[in-house]
Design a binder for this molecule. Structure first.
Ligand code: NDP
Length: 434
């Protein structure tokens, strides 16, 4: 903490992992001898840069850009870019740290990194977004590459932004390195299923977890927070499996739609019009209610899927969900549940899946996009979705087995942290003191 002052989210993420590693450290003295814990929480490289751009009124704007290349023991750094006003080094480091273990869990050869900027895309014109992305990439291009560091999207960065950044990368380098970014458009190196992957993967993981108690999504009521990429495709897959998804949200409040979210309308409002969930409620008419500023976790459901942002579900929210008969919670966002909420879920014995396991489908499919780019191939939707399903099943089963092996059956936090850690730690040691 003294070494990284003021980085509360980073401290939270490191503590959450290290709290579960005691038994592994006890069994493996070589990790202590080689100072693996100390090395693993110190990024290999951190880049902070100025992003100057001109807004539509002709004013010069200055933002701060980040790329934290955290750990490349298993492969090139891989992780998204977040554009949100709350971004600072502590957020990027928490996300990059989580990414190391998540990427390890996918079984693919990818290291961990994360980046972004304190830029707020809300209300910005298309031209402003393009100029910002071009300026951001003008510096970032010096640090990334298909064999070095492969960024993707995250909050505030979707297909449009990846397009502008890829164009600028090509212009600067005069290289068609499709494998330098993932989340690209389908006609220029993108992979089918990448857009859907995090949400789909989350629901696939959760369904398998429910299966351990003889349950499934069929007939369950589900609350989902957020209304972005992860939330929309989690809604789609949960509905496909027979669930009734009754909420969505954004930073202004939440919508409750007892008849079930109208996915086509939500996609129209969010993906085409770039509107708000309050616009969805107005268009939906009497079926839906918009609750400004409220907590989506007050709505009684069987399964809760937080898909918006870090620390959005605290101890009080967990208590509300539990008093309403919750059976499972799985994280679509990164670190959406506070430590108090996680403790409450674990004490109550409800199923709880940490994001580094349950939302790994996005980066896994990014890994599949890299494979297709490297072989200049493009796979069908069904083939890619089956690969995603296999990866999610494997992550689930490995986490469950590891937890059992360490005497904590059903503890997916322990299972995910230990499984992800051991692979990285062994690779770090094997590669010497670097
Ligand atoms: P989007 O930008 O597409 O959507 C984000 C959603 O979350 C929006 O509805 C946004 O509302 C809401 N949100 C963001 N910040 C806040 C906040 N501070 N308070 C309340 N609501 C907020 O992002 P994604 O769907 O891609 O990402 C969502 C989460 O999933 C993040 O934690 C991300 O790290 C994680 N994730 C994403 C992956 C991906 O493939 N995209 C992969 C793995 C994890 P508003 O518009 O009002 O800000």
């Amino acid at each position: 903490i003294a070494r990284n002052p003021g980085e509360a989210e980073f401290h939270q993420a490191v503590r959450e992992v290290f709290d579960t590693l005691g038994p592994v450290i006890d069994r493996n003295p070589q990790y202590t001898e080689a100072a693996v814990l100390e090395r693993i929480c110190e990024p290999e490289r951190q880049i902070i840069f100025r992003v100057p751009w001109v807004d539509d009124a002709g004013r010069v704007q200055i933002n701060r850009g980040f790329r934290v290349e955290f750990n490349s023991a298993l492969g090139p750094y891989k992780g998204g870019l977040r554009f949100h006003p709350s971004v600072y080094l502590g957020i990027i480091k928490f996300l990059g740290f989580e990414q190391i273990f998540k990427n390890s869990l996918t079984g693919l050869p990818i290291g961990g990194g994360k980046g972004g900027a304190d830029f707020d895309p809300h209300g910005r014109s298309d031209g402003e977004i393009m100029r910002f992305c071009q300026s951001f990439m003008t510096e970032l291009a010096n640090h990334i590459g298909p064999q070095t560091d492969v960024p993707a999207g995250d909050i505030g960065v979707g297909g449009r932004e990846i397009g502008y950044m890829f164009g600028q990368y090509r212009r600067i380098t005069n290289r068609y390195d499709a494998g330098v970014l993932t989340g690209k458009g389908l006609t220029w190196g993108g992979s089918l299923v990448r857009t859907e992957a995090t949400g789909y993967g989350l629901v696939m993981f959760t369904n398998r977890m429910l299966g351990t108690r003889g349950l499934s999504f069929d007939g369950k009521t589900v609350s989902i927070s957020g209304s972005g990429n992860v939330a929309i495709y989690a809604t789609a897959k949960a509905q496909e499996l027979g669930a009734q998804v009754i909420t969505c949200s954004d930073s202004s409040g939440y919508v409750i739609d007892e008849a079930g979210i109208d996915l086509e309308l939500l996609r129209e409002v969010k993906e085409v019009e770039r509107g708000r969930v309050s616009d969805y409620a107005i268009r939906r008419g009497s079926a839906a209610t918009f609750v400004p500023g409220g907590s989506v976790w007050d709505v009684p459901v069987d399964v809760a899927l937080p898909c918006a942002t870090q620390n959005e579900l605290d101890g009080d929210a967990a208590a509300a969900l539990l008093s309403n008969g919750l059976v499972a919670v799985a994280e679509g966002a990164n670190m959406p549940c506070t430590p108090q909420a996680i403790l409450a879920f674990q004490k109550a014995g409800v199923l709880y899946a940490p994001g580094k396991a349950s939302n790994a489908g996005g980066v896994a499919t990014s890994g599949l996009e890299m494979q297709q780019n490297a072989s200049r191939d493009s796979w069908s939707f069904d083939y890619t979705e089956n690969k995603l399903a296999e990866i999610m099943a494997n992550i689930h089963d490995t986490c469950a087995q590891t937890a059992e092996e360490y005497g904590h059956a059903g503890d997916y936090v322990m299972g995910a942290n230990i499984t992800g850690f051991i692979k990285v730690a062994d690779a770090v040691i094997a590669q010497g003191l670097i």
